[in-house]
Design a binder for this molecule. Structure first.
Ligand SMILES: Cc1ncc(COP(=O)(O)O)c(C=O)c1O
Length: 403
């Protein structure tokens, strides 16, 4: 096998089996209440409708649904997406859309189109682990900007951009999850969105807006997307997905951007997978065409709103009273972020949590280099309400032993 290793690319040689993956394997043990996954609840999957509709679609549309399709995506599905996002203030024509094999492919496409070794990019501190992996594979370097309750600190973004310019390595882009961020659950305020756009325009770099959770708002009022605020000027590349509003097994999402940018992504996608699956596009198209999507999203909101409430109440009830124990109160999405005192190392505590049959994601995996040793991400969409209460009770007991 050693001879084979010497044939690997630099990015494959650099890739490490992460400690986090090893930890996550432990969460699969029987009896564990896991807040570690990032999964939608299977209760939300419209199994019967998809089964019936898939059969009909294959019989009726099999000739194209089972065939290779256009790299840009199936035109009918693009039309449905255009209608769907228009309700959320996002204007787009078919030339502004590329259908992707979900958002993770969007992130990979962004990496391939923008990044070379040692390029700088600005990301949140913490930020989505999968984006870090996609960007890291190119050899890019991260400049991290901390978050507060209004999301990414734009004053710090400006400082970083100016410092990087002086070094002669200006950022290729800023990556942000503005709505109910993974992992923190925090939403970027309108003021910050406008500031971020104004920095992008002044320094001429794109913003990568990754917004899989945007439609899942449980309280408060929506903040316009960066894509809408940009008004078609081309400073925002916006990534979206069916994973959290319909089901992740579709592996379908879309990129919104200016036509020239979409063209670049199309060329990159051709080399990756030629096209996203025609079959799942046909299923998604039929689901949307029957007018089922909005009602389905509404059902998800009702379910997750309750689960979020149950988790917040359980935290309130069980967590030890300590000034350094704090958690976010996300207005939507699937996660919240729990911060613990400096004396607690969440990687060490993880093994005790597993012994107590409860699991979380250690904060460290959401940082590009180092950080998050005293924080964790908790998912509230997957476990049942009774498991949320029991799991938080167990977790609070484990934490209490570390204080
Ligand atoms: C912020 C963010 N971006 C992208 C993804 C990837 O999702 P998918 O590829 O299923 O669309 C996720 C998944 O959890 C996510 O949280």
């Amino acid at each position: 096998m050693y001879w084979l290793l010497s044939r690997f690319s630099m990015s494959a040689t650099g890739a490490r089996r992460s400690v986090i993956r090893e930890l996550l394997k432990l969460t699969q043990q029987p009896g564990i209440i896991s807040f570690a996954g990032g999964l939608p609840s299977p209760e939300t999957f419209p199994v019967r409708e998809i089964a019936e509709l898939s059969r009909e679609v294959i019989l009726k549309e099999g000739a194209w649904a089972l065939q290779y399709g256009p790299t840009e995506g199936v035109p009918g599905l693009k039309e449905e997406i255009i209608r769907h996002i228009a309700k959320d203030g996002m204007k787009a024509g078919p030339e502004n859309i590329l259908i992707t094999s979900a958002s993770q492919q969007g992130l990979d496409l962004v990496s391939r189109v923008f990044l070379n070794r040692r390029n700088r990019i600005i990301v949140g501190r913490p930020t989505y682990l999968g984006a870090l992996s996609a960007f890291r594979s190119t050899g890019a370097l991260f400049s991290e900007v901390e978050l507060d309750e209004e999301g990414m600190r734009t004053d710090r973004v400006r400082e970083q951009v100016e410092a990087l310019r002086l070094e002669g390595n200006p950022p290729k882009f800023v990556y942000v999850v503005p709505d109910f961020q993974n992992p923190s659950g925090v939403t970027l305020s309108l003021k910050r969105r406008k500031e971020l756009l104004s920095i992008a325009r002044e320094h001429r770099f794109p913003i990568i807006e990754d917004s899989p959770y945007r439609a899942l708002r449980y309280v408060g009022s929506p903040v316009p997307s960066l894509y809408e605020l940009d008004g078609g000027e081309g400073f925002v590349i916006s990534l979206h997905t069916f994973s959290k509003i319909l089901f992740p097994g579709l592996r379908l999402g879309w990129i919104l951007a200016g036509p020239a940018m979409i063209d670049r992504f199309v060329m990159a996608k051709q080399a990756m997978d030629l096209c996203s699956p025609g079959l799942t596009q046909a299923i998604a198209l039929e689901y949307c065409r029957r007018g089922l999507l909005d009602g389905h999203i509404q059902d998800n909101i009702v379910l997750y709103r309750e689960k979020r409430k149950v988790m917040l109440e359980a935290l309130e009830r069980f967590m030890p009273d300590h000034p350094e124990i704090r958690w976010t109160r996300p207005e939507g999405g699937l996660f919240l972020w729990l911060c613990l005192p400096e004396s607690v190392d969440v990687e060490i505590m993880f093994h005790d949590a597993i012994a107590a049959k409860v699991a979380y994601v250690v904060g460290t995996c959401f940082y590009a280099y180092d950080g998050g040793h005293h924080a964790m991400r908790l998912n509230f969409s997957y476990p049942s309400e009774s498991d949320i209460v029991e799991g938080i009770r167990r977790l609070a007991d484990v934490i209490r032993n570390y204080l």
